[in-house]
Design a protein. Sequence first.
Length: 767
Amino acid sequence: MNQIAQTSAPQAEPPYLRGLNPPQREAVLTTDGPVLIIAGAGTGKTAALTARLAHLIFTRKAWPSEILSVTFTNKAAREMRERVGRLVGDAVEGMPWLGTFHAIAAKMLRRHAELVGLQSNFTILDTDDQLRLLKQLILAADIDEKRFPTRSLAGLIDQWKNKGLVPADIDAGESERYANGRGGELYQQYQARLIALNACDFGDLLLHMLVILKTHRDVLAQYQQRFKYIMVDEYQDTNSSQYLWLRLLAQERKNIACVGDDDQSIYSWRGAQVENILKFERDFPGAKVIRLEQNYRSTPHILGAASGVIANNGGRLGKQLWTERDVGEKVKVIGVWDGPEEARRVGEEIDIVRRTGKSLDEVAILVRAQHQTREFEDRFIAIGMPYKIVGGFRFYERAEIRDALAYLRVVNQPADDLAFERIVNVPKRGLGDKAVARIHQLARATGTPLTTAAARILDTDELTGAAKKSLGRLVGDIARWRDMATSLPHAELARQLLDESGYTAMYQAEKSVEATGRLENLSELVRAMEEYDSLGAFLEHVSLVMDNEGGAQDPQVTIMTIHAAKGLEYDTVFLVGWEEGLFPSQRSLDEGGVKSLEEERRLAYVAITRARRLAVIIHAANRRIYGQWNSSIPSRFVAELPAEHIDTETTMSGGASLWQANWSDSADPFADVARGTGRGPGWQRASGSAAGTGSTFNAKPARVVESRSSAISLGNKGRDDLSLGMRVFHQKFGYGAIAEIEGNKLEIDFETSGRKRVMDSFVTINP
């Protein structure tokens, strides 16, 4: 505080207020009482937060040690500290309570560890240690770890801790979520074991402090008196534990300022609850609500498009973004024929951007799911377009892909020792380090590949019964897969290999968001193989891809998921795969219904608002999934884009504008889709008005149709041999009866799969 104390008199206009617009200034100067600052995308919330902290210190409303300022990431905390330091000098060094939720909770817990049975020097376990401890408990409880994976229990316990639930809070219903009702019992054992080890996991940092604040009123009173002011960034991303912790600390003085945007709440899968920001005024009666709506990032057309989409969500706090920037280009909406054309088209558009002198560092491609990156990576390598993956690995560098490729390499090349070593115990087969070391020893002694040595060691007594049996099964499988490779298509071989090895089942049993993403990546790998003539040709392609690394210092296109893009911005953004089932994600809709649909729509809002100058939205009429071409319809979010803010283009007759017109008169034409029925009430309306005119999802792109497989529909007219009520067969969905016909699109009531929309070229007539 030395620098502040030496100031003889406050300036008429403190430096931290300069350049702030009126709402930002109001957010800075409104210091007492509860304040909710609704900060839309690109509205300068960090500048307002920084200035507010500086104001509290500069005006001596609080010493730096009396301010609790909570962020979600270490990066955000560092940036806040640096910015405040530039405004108030050395005073920022006296802010011990500026940091992430976990960092601050850990600091508190070390002061009061004995109140929950810990010592102040407790250890914080990383994920690997946590899984190792849980696995010990699962094995001791005689639970089949293959049926009930350790990661599933770890994820469940993390959910409970995010909700602020201790073992005593777990009822029978919650306990049933693991090992037929043993989840609560194992949670209790896990917590007891942590205490015995003087350790905790990340979830415990907040949970233990929550318990302490609830049960030791003197400790709560101490912190309520200490913190004169509380500030919270990204409040819409708080989970129940964080919310309860903050509410307890703020109840006495009620000087809490929360900054957030309900329209950017996109992390429910890791415990975030948008309800926390929506009920702020109920939690803190009389709260002042300040809206930051002037956007400094995007053009009016981009903001108009994003606002038009998010307006379809209910229960919003509400705001209207605006900007003084030039109007700029309208948002482009492009309809293409299929996934490969999507990648080609994006490459062409980026080339146009590059030729205008713009840096590739200012170009981003945002995908809904990680498996979508593969098509773009392959295309960019083929055309020499430098790129980088942010928030994850390149497709062929992902662990599950490397594992699958190792299996394929062993089948293709028996002498590939590195590949065999990678998969010999993946998934777990009970082949530990000692067993693998013995195989290595025999291979060196005989000068043979590991696969040969593994087969030979089975004729000896070098291995124990269980290890010998497991190794024998693997050796037999590899030999059988090699025989199959001579006659079975290599993509089908990969599917069968991944299933028979237990690799697919390993992730299916895990039942987590991460596991689902890995399974999607494996499916994309198999789909990619279909484009090559042989397994050897595909593996050679992968080798070339893995070896193709541009200089990190060179400008590169950024490819990432929408989730990873939150908080970032680029001049030009390509938003790809905007089709029903992909975005919004069908899995999200099936699991969460309307609530999940609204989060998907918030994702769309976040995606569009990453763009400064140009946003390009692309949807494809066809996607290849599990070896089959499937027709797609544009995402409902495309229909929600205001017409005055978009330019529609399609390589197909008709176009997205017709599709949009057919759907725009329905308040929620996809409501039934969100409820899991697979169709919306507007479908018949669209099919009736589009009949005979051609549309985005049944037209043929003249420039690419010649190179497409004959399995793809070749026009709008449809087949003459099909009629309503006719019994047909589809390779994926089975037998069914035709309920609707629209050109070459059919709606079929399948006997086992329900009602689906398919292209007529995918069905055969059956008696």
